[in-house]
Design a protein around this ligand. Structure first.
Ligand code: ATP
Ligand code: MG
Length: 591
């Protein structure tokens, strides 16, 4: 292990995980549930009530829920105002007779309307399903069809470009709620201008009884390994959102929180909308795309205290160099977390050196609905580790192909194994935000379970202290000359070289070795590819990794990413082998 543990200082008071084992052992989901209100008069549990109404009815009514930052300046929306706008939205849906459980899709960037739509939809007991606004017509149509979309909330421009060409294939879509003014002569079947509909709607809406098991959210996976799946979540999920906001993100109600995830993937809803609002936090809502200078300015000017981002964004900031960061006052920041891809040890250490704080990795999936494994604010960090399971979550490592035999259960190695052995990461079903199915695909859902475990499809190791280390996706593992090689380890080693910004590693079929390790490398801004640099990187890899080092290195200006920021190794591999690229609907450049 080249990286030293980053130790944390002695505890201040607060609801934090100081003694991990003690907190975990004392924790129960029932107890976590008791920290939420529930609907008045025992009418059930509704996410929107927990996120908005209960704050709006109390001392937080005038506290800022959303701080919207755009080119025009900053607009604050209080919890009281958010209650009213979401009530109005729910009234609009009620007036259109959108029935319980029917799906309301959004095709929007991050702006106040997204929050109004998401939470208003939940209030009316409809199901919210967000799409990437960068999707082209085909992926939009495919998801609306699969999800039986009844209502779509979008802008006239996005509608014209992305929905109009496929509208005829969407007979179930009845209403299109439009953010902005519809131009003269533009005809949108079922189109309603949202602003005027909201202005006319009843601001006093009572949330109907909501069963905690009622479907609330439909999220499509990132499509990194293949065609995206539609994961179904229920209102009960809010118990996990609320608990993990505290455990994993250390959120308190006086924090200013910024989640940079696109609204189109699960983090954008679980932690971009729900979890922080249930904690009464102020959320920064930034409408723009990634831009290093603007991002630092937001951190500085909005006095962001807790920041949740992704490795790909961190790598882009690293690529811009430390000077830009040092030009800004980041003194309000006290906690940084990252999700979505392995966070390379170098990035954790860069955070410590340049931003003054280590970056806390955590792990979860669309299917898990909330953070499952995490580096806590109070916990010593081992750079490169995803951390330890959230209290209430039982994480195991299973021996592959042995139908659910556990090597590790919750950090404890079982008799048949030794610390550090690789296994498939699995979770014991029962946490509140677990997906309840893949929509219209029960067969696939059933295949995700074995021996009483939910199988994540990721491979990991667990050390003697119960820290989990990501190895790779089962699909991406390279089998070379009898070794099993995880791409993450190779990528992380290459990224320690000062010329390298990002690396994506695949197994290229080889008649002798089975597969050989091939790395695709993108360079930092000031670097240019050359034969000399290629040879240097090969040698650097050999020194660091020995036998598992890449045998081939190719330079790429940019690696292919999903819109949620993940390196699409399957695409690197398909291109390398001249095979069809498969589903590329979530590829970052897709328009
Ligand atoms: P698909 O299931 O369609 O192939 P996807 O798995 O990328 O797409 P998501 O649910 O958005 O869709 O991503 C979850 C996956 O992202 C995890 O299974 C894991 O492979 C990866 N991931 C998330 N967080 C981390 C992390 N902290 N470290 C390593 N990998 C992570
Ligand atoms: Mg997945």
């Amino acid at each position: 292990m080249r990286w030293q543990t980053i130790a944390k200082e002695a505890p201040p008071a607060g609801p934090r995980v100081w003694d991990y084992a003690e907190v975990r052992d004392a924790f129960s989901w029932e107890q976590a549930r008791a920290g939420l209100d529930g609907l008045p008069d025992g009418r059930g549990l509704n996410i929107a009530h927990e996120a908005v109404d209960r704050h709006a009815a109390g001392p937080k009514a005038d506290a800022v829920a959303l701080r919207c930052v755009d080119g025009a300046g900053v607009t604050d929306i209080t919890y009281g105002q958010l209650r009213e706008s979401t009530n109005r939205f729910a009234s609009v849906l009620g007036g259109l007779s959108v029935g319980r459980g029917e799906r309301v899709f959004s095709l929007l960037g991050r702006g106040p309307e997204l929050y109004t739509a998401a939470l208003g939809t939940l209030k009316n007991t409809n199901v919210f399903s967000p799409l990437f606004s960068a999707f082209g017509p085909d992926p939009v149509g495919e998801r609306l069809r699969l999800g039986n979309g009844r209502v779509l909330v979008t802008t006239p421009e996005l509608y014209t470009r992305k929905v109009a060409p496929i509208r005829e294939s969407l007979p179930e879509l009845r209403h299109v709620l439009l953010v902005g003014t519809v131009g003269e002569g533009t005809r949108i079947p079922g189109g309603i201008e949202l602003d005027s509909a909201l202005a006319e709607a009843d601001p006093g809406f009572e949330i109907p009884p909501t069963d905690p098991e009622d479907m609330a959210l439909l999220h499509f996976t990132s499509g990194t390994t293949g065609k995206p799946k539609g994961a179904v979540h229920v209102h009960e999920a809010v118990v996990a959102h609320h608990a993990t906001a505290s455990f994993a993100l250390d959120l308190h109600d006086d924090d200013v929180f910024w989640c940079t995830a696109d609204p189109g993937w699960v983090t954008g809803t679980s932690y971009g909308i729900i979890a922080p609002l249930t904690r009464g936090t102020t959320l920064v809502v930034d409408t723009g795309e990634f831009d290093a200078r603007r991002w630092y300015r937001i951190l500085q000017e909005q006095r962001v205290s807790v920041w949740y981002t992704a490795p790909t964004a961190v790598r882009m900031l690293m690529r811009r160099g430390a000077d830009l960061a040092r030009d800004h006052d980041l003194s309000a920041l006290r906690f940084i977390a990252s999700v979505g891809e392995p966070l390379n040890p170098e990035a954790v250490v860069w955070g410590q050196e340049v931003l003054g704080l280590p970056i806390h990795d955590n792990w979860w999936q669309t299917e898990t609905g909330a953070i499952m494994i995490s580096n806590y604010a109070t916990m010593d960090i081992r750079p490169g580790s995803m951390g330890r399971p959230v209290p209430g979550v039982v994480a195991g490592l299973l021996e592959r192909g042995k139908d659910g035999r556990a090597l590790v259960t919750n950090g404890r190695v079982t008799e048949s194994s030794t610390p550090g052995e690789m296994g498939e990461l699995a979770l014991r079903p029962g946490w509140p935000s677990m997906f309840r199915g893949y929509l219209h695909d029960d067969v696939r859902y059933a295949k995700m379970f074995a021996g009483g475990w939910y199988l994540t499809g990721d491979l990991a190791r667990c050390d003697a202290d119960g820290y989990y280390w990501f190895v790779g996706r089962a699909d991406d593992i390279i089998k070379s000359a009898g070794h099993l090689i995880g791409p993450f380890e190779v990528e992380s080693a290459l990224m320690e070289h000062p010329a390298v910004a990002e690396a994506g590693v695949i197994g290229r079929p080889d008649p002798v070795a089975g597969e050989i390790v091939k790395a695709f490398v993108s360079l930092r801004r000031e670097q240019t590819p050359s034969e000399e640099l290629r040879r240097e990187l090969l040698a650097f890899g050999r020194r660091r990794l020995g036998g598992v080092a890449p045998k081939e290195i190719a330079f790429e200006a940019d690696l292919p990413h999903t819109r949620s920021g993940k390196v699409m190794r399957r695409l690197l591999k398909a291109r390398e082998m001249g095979l069809p690229e498969g589903d590329v609907s979530t590829l970052e450049t897709a328009q």
